[in-house]
Ligand binder design. Structure first.
Ligand code: ASP
Ligand code: MG
Length: 418
């Protein structure tokens, strides 16, 4: 274990002048030396850059320009209102905007996506770096594309862990002070291209940095008090989970607890690095520690709502028996395209899946499933209750008639109409 610690700030903790000031304050108050800060794109920038690309693809140049102008103005104004907009920052920002406008339109979709959408993290990190420099002039900026090496599976690139660890060690091993870098993005050496790790992937990047540095701890600053027994925006009477075993955190994230990205915990677990999930608004309050604990504290029903689900019911065209070979073919199609299955059931002649409705991935999957008969039902929501009890079970089954359900000892999962 080294004495590095890692902070991660997400889009919500970098969305306006107040949150940016808060982030700087947290770095001064809680940051130890050496400290690496991993950021994601500010506010909803990733969504906007996706919309920009969509407009470009549809040939709607007017819309594309207006979306990009808005993104540019947002970053420009935020920098200016913080008094940061000197020549260096101006050049840095303009460089990125020019770069993405120059991304060739004949790039394959996924490659074009990564080249454009990665700008969100780059500009966010250069603005935060400028902001932190006002208090800590010696702080440094690290381009994560120099160190996070991936395969060339654009939009959901997988990290080459060995090389990445080596690169990070090489760059940072003997360093001290504050470093600022980007989550979500990487670099494919084979194609000499930018890559991204999948939406919401910057927690995962932060975990990889912590892993490679063999850090003492990773703190993810959030706009919630920590990992809760349910999303407070959705459920009443939720409680803060104070201690969460690594395995439990992996399960909760897989079921859809959106506070942390599902891939985040594994690298930390393998090196016994504590993960703190803390509120950046109220940092005096209790927080969540994810670590090598024996059990959840407190043990309470954990409620997870995953909206925007689609149920796919898949049969053979002649309604014959669905073989294991066919099931494996179906799963291969899902995994090749990157569709994540949230709940699955299969019987003799059909297989049913609850999957997230991704407007890019789903049409590609349906195209590949043409030799099957596929029925689709939209606008569904998947509820999972872990550590369920009588009360939570009654509550759940009052919500409607399940389209799919799965129950085991202390987990209830049901798919319902929205
Ligand atoms: N900015 C990226 C996204 O919104 C990555 C992240 O926020 O973790 O998906
Ligand atoms: Mg984001």
């Amino acid at each position: 274990m080294t004495n590095w610690s890692v902070f991660k700030f997400g889009g919500n903790s970098l969305k306006d002048i107040d949150s940016l000031k808060k982030a700087i304050e947290l770095v001064s108050d809680f940051g130890k030396d050496p400290l690496l800060i991993v950021v994601s794109a500010m506010a909803k920038t990733t969504n906007s850059l996706e919309a920009y690309l969509e407009a470009k693809i549809n040939g709607d140049e007017i819309l594309a320009k207006s979306i990009l102008d808005e993104v540019i103005n947002f970053h420009f104004q935020l920098s200016e209102s913080m008094g940061l907009l000197d020549q260096t920052l101006k050049l840095g920002l303009e460089g990125e905007w020019n770069r993405i406008q120059g991304v060739p339109s004949d790039f394959a979709y996924d490659k074009r996506y990564d080249a454009i959408v990665s700008a969100g993290e780059i500009v966010s990190s250069i603005i935060l770096h400028a902001a932190i420099q006002t208090k800590h002039p010696q702080s440094s900026w690290l381009d994560s594309r120099r160190v996070i090496y991936t395969n060339n599976n654009h939009r959901r690139a997988e990290i080459d862990l060995l090389t990445t660890e080596h690169n990070i060690q090489n760059d940072l091993k003997n360093e001290r002070g504050i470093w600022i870098t980007q989550g979500f993005i990487g670099y494919s050496i084979e194609n000499q291209d930018y890559t991204t790790l999948g939406r919401e992937g910057s927690d995962y990047s932060a975990a990889i940095f912590a892993y490679a540095l063999n850090a003492e701890e990773l703190t993810i600053w959030k706009d919630v008090p920590g990992l809760m027994s349910g999303d407070p925006k959705v459920f009443e009477n939720v409680r803060l989970l104070e201690e969460v075993p690594y395995e439990e955190a992996i399960e909760l994230a897989f079921f859809g607890a959106s506070v942390i990205h599902p891939k985040t915990v594994q690298p930390l677990k393998s090196r016994n690095i504590i993960l703190h999930v803390r509120s950046f608004l109220n940092n005096e309050s209790k927080a969540t520690k994810i670590g090598n604990f024996k059990k959840l504290k407190p043990v309470v029903p954990c409620l997870i709502k995953k909206s925007n689900q689609v149920m796919l019911s898949i049969r053979t065209k002649d309604l014959s028996f669905l073989s294991e070979g066919q099931l494996s073919e179906i799963y291969n199609i899902f995994s090749d395209i990157g569709l994540i299955v949230n709940l699955a059931q299969h019987g003799a002649a059909s297989a049913t899946f609850s999957v997230s409705n991704d407007h890019i991935i789903l049409p590609l999957v349906l195209l590949k499933l043409q030799e099957y008969k596929v029925e689709i039902e939209n606008n569904l929501v998947l509820y999972t209750v872990r550590y369920s009890d009588e009360v939570s079970r009654n509550w759940l089954y009052m919500k409607g008639k399940p389209k799919m359900e799965q129950r085991s000892l202390n987990i209830d999962r049901v798919l319902l109409s929205e």
